[in-house]
Design a binder for this molecule. Sequence first.
Ligand code: NAP
Length: 323
Amino acid sequence: MRAVVRDEYGPVDVLRVATVEPPVPGAGEVVVRVAAASLNMADLDHLLGRPRLSRIATGLVRPANRRVGVDVAGTVEEVGPGVTGLRPGDRVWADLFDLGHGSLADLVCAPASALSPLPEAVSFDDAATAPHSGSLALQGLRFAGPIRPGERVLINGAGGCVGPFAVQMAKARGAEVTAVDHGDKLDLLRELGADHVIDYTREDVTRGGRRFDVVLDIADTRSVLAFPRCLARGGRYVPIVRGIGSFAEKALLGPVVGRLTGTRMGAFFWRPNQRPDLDELSGLIASGSVRPRIDRRYRLDDAIEAFRRLESGEARGKVLVVP
Ligand SMILES: NC(=O)c1ccc[n+]([C@@H]2O[C@H](COP(=O)([O-])OP(=O)(O)OC[C@H]3O[C@@H](n4cnc5c(N)ncnc54)[C@H](OP(=O)(O)O)[C@@H]3O)[C@@H](O)[C@H]2O)c1
């Protein structure tokens, strides 16, 4: 079978499509025939071995794991000994972020417990866009607490992998959504339903005089000190942090700044591949409340081009890889 592999840390050039032995499921494992996979910023981090501290777990000099890809939707091909509740042909999906990666392949092996059932109402392509980025959006908004209809929600960095999910989820809850990103992405944000859009290269949203009840900060380019300027009294600030330094600042300084400014600020621990999250995501997609945005579909043999598209920052929605 084919699989996208890498033998060293580095940019997209380290990737190649190789012929490898098909996986044999061990006890409690399931082999999934991949129908579609999608790329996330986490896949680029995985390639580059960043942050460097993460290499303590993933291999100091070379990556211990050659396989690539976290988001997967497909059908059960074979079940290992002791697996109950899943049969060949069942539709499943998962985020393999902390489960060995490997979704960029014809087949991938995963623990049965990691696979959630995928309803018929959700296509494989749509499903493949969502487990990683959709869960981040869902958990970030959940950490903000219930969003009431009419609340003013700011999605900062709304035009990447996570943002389009967050914009639509906030709209589905009746919020008035302001979406911030690069000027080239504002049309996309309007299409997704944002009520107001702001180009971060032209305007600093924290200094524009607008106040928000909730800020979901996906860009995570600024100190927590910037956001009280644009939070309403009692407003909630939730960062999706990009690194350990930012996490430390937001988790330690955030609550102090929040107390001093009458707002709520802090960081949350993201938990990948939670079954209730995937069930909620499939419900949102099936009902049409969230319409996954697909930028382009690439064949597995062209997976390296797919990575270049993600890396370019020009994608408008998720980049799919379809064996
Ligand atoms: N906290 C956790 O536990 C956790 C877990 C997994 C992943 N993550 C992180 O979460 C991130 C997920 O976000 P994503 O995949 O949606 O990232 P993304 O695709 O890189 O999107 C970020 C967007 O923010 C925009 N942006 C850049 N600078 C900005 C600024 N100053 N103001 C407003 N927008 C700005 C970017 O636009 P440009 O194209 O102009 O740069 C881009 O469109 C990943 O980078 C990953 O590291 C966190």
